[in-house]
Ligand binder design. Structure first.
Ligand SMILES: Nc1ncnc2c1ncn2[C@@H]1O[C@H](COP(=O)(O)OP(=O)(O)OP(=O)(O)O)[C@@H](O)[C@H]1O
Ligand SMILES: [Mg+2]
Length: 422
């Protein structure tokens, strides 16, 4: 198998490090041939807090995936999360260089360069510059201006930036395992690749990946990314609350959250009603290994879970409002991440955000799919799809160096190489 047919993704999450090895023989299609999924250590709220522990988690995940795939991993696409990531939309403007007004690919590269000229504090770095659309002499919505005629070229871009230390620490951990970083990708952008189609993006949609320590948000309008961020709160905060509220160890609280929680209030066909069969119900803590744990009323358990869920969705609602697109998301909310497996969460999202809501699962995955069809694996699957596009883009660049503006992938790769592997 040619090395270029293999593509590797490492999702370094707060609760798990998941490595996927995929074969990408046809453009846009892939088949999973190796999975390495291990509990993560050394990561808190999506950020590396202990280098040694993170390296050993990544190594364990790589080994498992290599063994399954029968392939030694030498390079990979890596996800990055954490509350330090933020985004903004920036506009670049240039005068077309040729006297006859024909826009060249160099003009396109130049205008994207101009859009990147934002002032960032010293400790922050640009992670992605994603062109949203171009404007030629005032005409909006141009997808590819090269070859068109005009005097003034503008571009609207989505610029993602992150704390340099967090990016460097993650890259360092991966490099220490002997794997070259092909690209570092903001996790909500990767997740969106796996579950959203172009129709969702045209309609306006909000992707919410509720992980263990963070909640990723990516809002798309008119076909392209408009707002993206990572909130430092996730499903493990629910577990923590249960551990404190019920006075049980974290592992027991995790089990109770996954196995015992059932919403009493159900939202169906536009109305809220109480599932009376669950009223007065109780959970026997002894059954979860808590000695003389006794009974806990379902209402008490639910109060703890739902208070935190409401807090998470309140924060999400604020982000959506901040994006200025709350009235324009006809495609609603797509929930992913391990946190989206909580029963009734889609209904809670519907009520709290006032938007249609569904659970997203990875689309078009072939091969070893056992286990990874879950919404918890959307980020690593999306990372592979992102990687396939990035490589196709590089191929295009080789054929026509002028095409590099398309996604800025080439630039980002160069930046990663320059920053971490000088
Ligand atoms: N069946 C389930 N029901 C409820 N919650 C679940 C279920 N399965 C997993 N979770 C929760 O999902 C969370 C882990 O999600 P995920 O694997 O997406 O996180 P991660 O990618 O490691 O973290 P992050 O993206 O925040 O860095 C955990 O808090 C876990 O309790
Ligand atoms: Mg995650």
């Amino acid at each position: 198998m040619a090395q270029s047919d293999i593509i590797v993704a490492i999702d370094v999450g707060t609760t798990k490090v998941c490595t996927l090895v995929a074969e990408a023989r046809q453009p846009g299609k892939m088949s999973i041939i190796g999975i390495g999924n291990v509990p993560s250590q050394g990561i808190r709220k999506g950020v590396v807090v202990n280098i040694e522990e993170t390296i050993s988690s990544i190594s364990a995940s790589l080994e498992e995936a290599e063994r399954m795939a029968g392939y030694p991993i030498d390079s990979a696409f890596i996800s990055i999360g954490g509350g330090h990531i933020s985004s903004l939309n920036s506009r670049g403007v240039i005068a077309v260089s040729r006297a006859d007004g024909e826009i060249t690919h160099e003009d396109v590269a130049r205008v994207i360069e101009a859009a990147q000229a934002i002032s960032l504090p010293m400790n922050r770095e640009v992670l992605h510059v994603l062109p949203r659309n171009f404007v030629v002499d005032g005409q909006e919505g141009v997808q590819n201006p090269a070859g068109m005629t005009g005097v003034r070229l503008e571009v609207e871009t989505h610029v993602v930036n992150a704390a340099s230390s967090a990016v460097r620490n993650l890259a360092k951990c991966v490099a220490q395992t002997g794997v070259e970083v092909e690209e570092i990708v903001m996790s909500p952008l990767a997740a969106a690749e796996a579950v959203l189609n172009q129709d969702d993006k045209e309609l306006g949609v909000c992707l919410l990946d509720i992980g263990g320590g963070s909640t990723d948000i990516a809002i798309f309008v008119e076909g392209s990314i408009w707002h993206s961020t990572v909130l430092p709160i996730g499903s493990s905060h629910i577990t923590n609350d249960l551990a404190i509220g019920l006075r049980v160890p974290f592992a027991v609280a995790e089990k109770i959250k996954k196995e015992a929680y059932q919403p009493i209030t159900v939202f169906e066909e536009g109305t809220l009603f109480e599932d009376v069969s669950k009223n007065g119900d109780s959970i026997d803590l002894d059954a979860y290994g808590v000695e003389k744990g006794g009974l806990v009323a379902r209402e008490s358990l639910n109060q703890i879970v739902e208070a935190r869920l409401n807090e998470i969705f309140d924060m999400v609602a604020k982000e959506i409002k901040k994006s200025g697109q709350q009235g324009l998301l006809a495609g609603g909310v797509v929930l992913t991440g391990g946190g989206s497996l909580l029963p009734g969460i889609s209904e809670v999202a519907k009520v709290n955000l006032g938007l249609p809501s569904r659970i997203g699962k990875p689309l078009n995955v072939l091969g070893l799919t056992d286990g990874i069809e879950s919404p918890a694996f959307v980020t690593p699957v999306g990372l592979i799809l992102w990687g396939i596009k990035a490589r196709e883009q590089r191929e295009l660049i080789r054929v026509s160096p002028m095409q590099m503006w398309f996604t800025g992938f080439g630039k980002i790769r160069k930046w990663v190489k320059k920053s971490f592997f000088p």
